[in-house]
Design a protein around this ligand. Structure first.
Ligand code: IMP
Length: 202
């Protein structure tokens, strides 16, 4: 990973703006590249610079992470914290999504919902993007509502909870959609659309 070099000012002539995306999750990087592929004059570069994941809401984690990485590299940076929330489980796994995926996994979530019908399987993904530059941090959020499927269903796409989540108005799980299809409606797409609007203003 080349060490970041200093950019020219954001609005100077035709210079590319560079924004670092601090994450070790390559699935997120792929999705972000697709969702932001239509913007000009901005290049997003992944930087694998881990930041402490404080215990807190997605918003708190994103604010902390974005400030932390910005302080280290002194360049515009985004981080993303996301989670999967099952309504009948009072939002579980929510901010514990990563840990729960690595422990009980999708099978464990389906087990917790055993015997629950369609009306009790509501769930949503939420993404919170934290952007930090010399002016401080801004947050951009996106949510996609849907429901938990009865089985694990995948065509080999996606990651983590994608194979048990059916977005509203769809029959397929995210893992049965290719990355472009998922990226038209995902929580990440919705958060990044808000971020794109902000980019037009700076
Ligand atoms: P984090 O933002 O990397 O802390 O992500 C939290 C966890 O939420 C991830 O490890 C995944 O388990 C889950 N997650 C976040 N976004 C997605 C998604 O788009 N699909 C499936 N699982 C996701």
């Amino acid at each position: 990973m080349p060490y970041p070099t200093k950019n020219k000012g954001f609005n100077e002539g035709n210079f590319m703006r560079k924004i670092y995306f601090a994450t070790g999750n390559l699935n997120k990087v792929k999705e972000l590249n697709i969702i932001l592929s239509d913007i000009n004059n901005i290049s997003i570069e992944q930087i694998n610079l881990p930041y402490p994941e404080i215990q807190g809401t997605l918003e708190e984690v994103s604010v902390f992470g974005a400030k932390y990485v910005h302080k280290k590299i002194n360049e515009p940076v985004i981080v993303e914290d996301s989670g999967f929330f099952v309504e009948t489980l009072k939002g579980f796994p929510g901010t514990y999504s990563r840990y729960v995926q690595e422990t009980i996994g999708n099978k464990g979530i389906l087990k917790l919902l055993e015997g629950k019908g369609g009306n009790h399987r509501g769930a949503y993904f939420k993404s919170v993007i934290g952007y930090c530059d010399e002016n401080g941090v801004k947050l951009f959020k996106g949510v996609v509502n849907g429901r938990v499927s009865h089985d694990i269903r995948s065509k080999g796409h996606g990651f983590a909870y994608d194979s048990i989540f059916i977005p509203e108005g769809e029959e397929k799980t995210f893992a049965e959609m290719d990355i472009k299809e998922k990226s038209k409606i995902s929580h990440r797409k919705r958060a990044l659309d808000n971020f794109k609007e902000f980019l037009k203003t700076i």
